[in-house]
Write a protein that binds this ligand. Sequence first.
Ligand code: NAP
Length: 454
Amino acid sequence: MSLFSALYIVAAALFILALKWMSSPATARRGVVSGEIGMLLAVVGTLMRHEVVTYEWIIAGLLIGAAIGVPLAVLMPMTAVPQRTAISQACGALASALIGTAEYYRQYPSGFTMGALALEMLLGFLTFTASLMAFGKLHEILPSRPITFKGQNFVNLGLLGIAAAIGVTLVINPHQPVLFPIFVALSMAFGVLLIIPIGGADMPTVIALLNSYAGLSASAMGFALDNKLLIIAGALDGSSGLILSIIMCRAMNRSFTNVLFGAFGQLQTGAAATESKPVRSATAEEAAQILEDARTVVIIPGYGMAVAQAQHKIRELFDALTKKGIDVRFAVHPVAGRMPGHMNVLLAEADVPYDKLVEMDDINPEMGMTDVALIVGANDIVNPAAKNDPSSPIAGMPILDAYKSRTVMIIKRGMAAGFAGIDNELYYAPNTLMLFGDAKTFVAGLVKEVAGAH
Ligand code: NAP
């Protein structure tokens, strides 16, 4: 076995371990490092292959890539991770599609290789434009509302059908100076059309799906270039992206076919609170007293914790309450925040012990026995309308059963709606206290009260 094959096998093993380790917050860091080492070995192994003619262009590519990637990683805040993922995915898909194009013009392959190349370019180009569109919608450069027209699915599928038919023609006779650019243009147009009917609200799910397409594109390229590691890495990427989008769909109670056919994204149509119903509110001092009197507290973080960057203060509150012998745990909803694992990442950053993070299905049966549910900047994920109101835009979405706990305390700045744009009946419940203020500031006040009291 050559050194090159050995490097590839080790890299493939590291990719698989990376996915395994990334599935738990306790081992996620190790997973990221193992994926990075795997990728380094893959790049080194590839550069050692005899096909490399000259290194100048490769070095230029590395420098340009780093010049774009490093600022992206450093400058974009945590709350903008979905956009960042979209833009890096667009770059990856474009790279894959351009390699396919170069390979096509280099050797006009036929048969199986051309088939793999055609699939790779179709997926690569469509993922490129679709990811750019997703970036635009998430970053609010493009209108985020869904744009629909009559017969949209028919037009989209028709376009895809024509592109696929050209792909088949290319397999039969690769020399197609006119048809090939049309194939590229149609693939890119399909990417745009795929995204326009989808609302900005659903872009994170779409990005997971596009990630899957980019992985499949890379895998197809592996077949075309006879590179086994690319086949493996692409397949892992493709399947994990698909699994993630299915998990997200389930957590938001969306049908996966709706995602595939782009007929969703109308979530933000629900009416926010217009009439003013009375709510009960409390000060930090009063809330701290209630927390100190509790035996069990479940903290439910949401998007507002991320916006306020309140995770470190929450860790301090956890320490202060635990010191007083109170059992404090964190309930993590699968779609809390704006990206999968959002809350896990932030709580891990603040060194909250992993064994205190409990998933929705495990904590819900215990919510009825909980003294205080402290909700920090979460809204939709605790909205009982998902269970009680079949006409609600979030009907059927699984929620954290905070309403079952003896006292519910909700930290948020005002009565504004969350992501789904709808009112939350939990705010008006007799066992609910609203704690109005920025999450970081309010939790800091709670820490001061709890830690200061003897
Ligand atoms: P949410 O429903 O969007 O509610 C967040 C709440 O935080 C808002 O009501 C807001 O109220 C409050 N807030 C904002 N800034 C704050 C601050 N500085 N301090 C205190 N409070 C603040 O969030 P969520 O409950 O986490 O639910 C997530 C939603 O995103 C779900 O609808 C989910 O389906 C959707 N989603 C999630 C993902 C994912 O992967 N995680 C992907 C796509 C969609 P005020 O303005 O009144 O403060």
